[in-house]
Design a protein around this ligand. Structure first.
Ligand code: UT7
Length: 312
């Protein structure tokens, strides 16, 4: 028992904030940001634009691409770390805004930047157990809500956006969500966390060191588990936190850089939306083609990390 991808969609807010925009308001340079992170611009949601608003548009686009309505979906899972309301979940609000009539179950997962891998992990379990047939997975974040403009070491790193994917149960175990692995180590949570006054607190260099080892570890684990090697993978879409982390991971795994999909230059770090947005970007722009095998490693606050193997 497996699944297949039957629709996807994404949404990026209209407002683009460039490195030059940051140069005007803090002690930073385009050169530093590009050299240290690979980021050039990011999207920021409007003040009155919420995580739910962005998730709704991405979901509408995913439903349209699948030729479905929300009532054809039997589970909604949202990966988000930045919802405006503590409750109810973003997922249930999305169902409401999309006019769901059939009491579709909906919940959020909070795996920070690994959130979309946690969501895929849940979906895989529901498909293999035969509990759900059509699952809408959303990654949606308004990270700009947490940005402290007095902290240049984190302010330039994040962006907003939402992506959505729809998977349907199938008899093939070689399509859709083929495999997932998720891990967490709560002992390290102080390295990267949100503060009670809603700011991002990060020890950048320590987080960097963990990211460059744990993402490749998860990628290797899942390839071994699935009995495949780097040659079998068409694309690797790592969590988009820093171009240097992405390149170092590719090197450790022995993947040529041409196989790595990069969006960190355009989207910066969109946390739980990162991989979902990147997949949509890759498909929309013809890089990723139907039938290709994607390796999806991620890492984030928690610490959390993991990987998924997807055939689109
Ligand atoms: O998505 C979840 C996971 N997140 C990550 O994986 C992020 C991991 N960490 C990183 O990507 C990098 O550590 C950063 C991009 C955050 C920072 O890069 P770095 O090369 O590790 O820089 P650093 O923190 O060691 O700082 C080097 C210097 C410092 O100046 P001094 O002390 O050497 O004089 C910083 O104050 O760069 C300075 N700096 C900046 N300079 C200009 C820090 N931020 C900026 C800035 N503009 N925006």
């Amino acid at each position: 028992m497996g699944s297949k991808l039957i629709g996807y969609g994404s949404y990026l807010p209209e407002r683009i904030v460039t490195n030059q925009d940051f140069e005007k308001i803090m002690d930073t340079t385009d050169e530093w940001i590009v050299q240290r992170t690979g980021m050039r611009e990011r999207h920021f949601a409007a003040d009155d634009e919420t995580v739910v608003d962005m998730a709704v548009v991405a979901s509408e686009r995913a439903l349209a691409s699948a030729g479905l309505t929300i009532d054809d979906i039997d589970l909604i899972i949202t990966a988000t770390t930045s919802p405006e309301l503590d409750f109810p979940s973003v997922a249930v609000q999305v169902a409401g805004k999309l006019g769901a009539q059939k009491n579709v179950p909906a919940f959020d997962v909070r795996g920070a930047c690994t959130g979309y891998i946690y969501a895929l992990h849940c979906a895989r379990a529901f498909f293999t157990s035969g509990i759900h047939d059509r699952i809408l997975i959303i990654g949606a974040e308004k990270m700009s809500r947490f940005i402290d403009m007095n902290d240049r070491s984190t302010a330039v790193l994040f962006g907003d956006g939402a992506g959505a994917m729809i998977f349907e149960r199938s008899t093939s175990s070689y399509s859709g969500i083929i495999d997932t692995v998720v891990m967490a180590d709560g002992r390290e949570f102080e390295m990267l966390h949100g503060s009670t006054d809603h700011r991002i607190i990060m020890n950048g260099p320590e987080t960097y060191k963990k990211a460059v080892t744990l993402m490749p570890e998860a990628a290797n684990y899942i390839m071994q588990h699935a009995g495949i090697t780097a040659e079998n993978v068409d694309w690797i879409i790592p969590h988009q936190a820093n171009l240097r982390i992405i390149q170092s991971g590719a090197q450790r795994l022995g993947f040529p850089l041409e196989k790595i999909l990069v969006t960190v230059d355009k989207h910066a770090n969109t946390s739980g939306a990162s991989g979902v947005l990147a997949l949509a970007y890759g498909m929309d722009n013809g890089f990723i083609k139907p039938g290709q095998l994607i390796l999806y490693p991620a890492f984030g606050s928690g610490l959390t990390w993991g990987a998924a193997l997807i055939r689109v």
